[in-house]
Design a protein around this ligand. Structure first.
Ligand SMILES: Nc1nc2c(ncn2[C@@H]2O[C@H](COP(=O)(O)OP(=O)(O)OP(=O)(O)O)[C@@H](O)[C@H]2O)c(=O)[nH]1
Length: 332
């Protein structure tokens, strides 16, 4: 059986093994593996794109894995197949892992209709995001119709996840409304849906947070203009409070996700977002590739220490140094 058939057609353990093998190939840094991986991706591409891609982010301890487990089991009960991929920015910096070490999503990870893959353990955030994006395509080709991409709320990882998913969900704690940390970081603007978790601990605090975040979203202009005749055709970000631990509110959450999907499909924004994502992804990877090639170029490398020192010493304007280096690169 070909690698493509093993992913697309086979089932059970054979399929699982084929997915794992494909993702390992995608994560390899060897040039010959990369060529094989690109060939595989191209062959899989016609079988991709049919899932709902859901991004979920939140600070460590907010309850992401508890929530994803509850949601995943709920969706499987409804006949879905669920893949969960993770982007852990800490793993690319320190090799350590915020998300990885403990056993997460115990029941879901053992379910035959779920596939869970931890974050690639090395590389820049851009590189890690690239692998995750490709792993998502593999899971889609294997028939997972819900792909959840999870990340911790540090660094730029939320932007990366928002840039590869159809809907971006931000998880908050009930006290989040008090200091509005997420708004400061500009992450709230990315959210299509905000979930206040752990409502069971303090229902009043959760209600307060819900009201505060709703009004902040309105201030950010994300609840649309009430006088806009088309405002019913555009999604207005919602705020939902729930308890992942007790599984309360998971159905309300899913109802909101389904409404989002229906509305965005009807107004054309669902496909438009995916098209924009693919193109900006292409350009992001071109930028990264060019930068890497630039830094590896021998003439550039030769010139770099001296120019760096001159810029540091204030003898040369940064922009002049950049232009000189680019000239060197262009003459290669
Ligand atoms: N009371 C209550 N506790 C919760 C709820 N959801 C999660 N928890 C608890 O909060 C703690 C952290 O939950 P996790 O699901 O591990 O959180 P996480 O965001 O995945 O954390 P990291 O893996 O560190 O990023 C655990 O002890 C959970 O049992 C909830 O709705 N209510």
């Amino acid at each position: 059986m070909s690698a493509v058939d093993a992913i697309v057609v086979s089932q059970g353990t054979v399929q699982r093994r084929a997915i794992a093998k494909a993702i390992t190939l995608l994560e390899s840094t060897r040039a010959d593996h990369r060529a094989q991986a690109d060939e595989l991706l191209t062959a899989l591409l016609p079988h991709t794109g049919k899932s709902l891609r859901l991004g979920i982010s939140g600070v460590p301890g907010v309850g992401k894995s508890t929530f994803i487990e509850a949601l995943g089991l709920h969706l499987i009960e409804q006949g879905h197949r669920v893949a969960v991929l993770t982007i852990d920015p800490s793993s690319s910096v320190s090799g350590g892992s915020i998300l990885g070490d403990k056993t997460r999503m115990e029941k879901l990870s053992m379910h035959e209709k779920a596939y869970i893959r931890p974050s690639p353990s090395s590389g820049t955030l851009g590189g890690v995001a690239e692998k995750t994006r490709e792993a998502m395509l593999v899971c889609e080709a294997a028939g997972y119709d819900i792909v959840i991409v999870e990340t911790v709320g540090v660094g730029q990882s939320e932007t990366a996840v928002q840039g590869m998913t159809d809907m971006f969900v931000l998880m908050q704690l009930p006290n989040a409304g008090d200091d509005l940390q997420a708004i400061k970081k500009g992450v709230m603007e990315l959210a299509d849906l905000v979930v206040i978790n752990k409502a069971d601990i303090d229902a009043d605090a959760a209600t307060r947070a819900q009201a505060m975040i709703t009004s902040s979203l309105r201030l950010l202009g994300m609840h649309g203009n009430p006088n806009d005749p088309h405002s019913d055709k555009h999604w207005q970000p919602q705020v939902i409070s729930l308890s992942a631990l007790l599984g309360q509110g998971v159905d309300t959450f899913w109802k909101a996700v389904s409404e989002f999907q229906t509305l965005q499909t009807a107004n054309g924004l669902f496909n438009q977002r995916r098209q924009n994502q693919s193109l900006s992804w292409m350009w992001e990877r071109i930028d990264a590739g060019l930068k890497q090639a630039f830094k590896q170029n021998s003439a550039v490398r030769e010139q770099l220490p001296q120019l760096t020192a001159s810029v540091q010493a204030g003898q040369l304007a940064a922009s002049t140094a950049a232009r000189e280096l680019l000239r060197t690169w262009n003459q290669r």
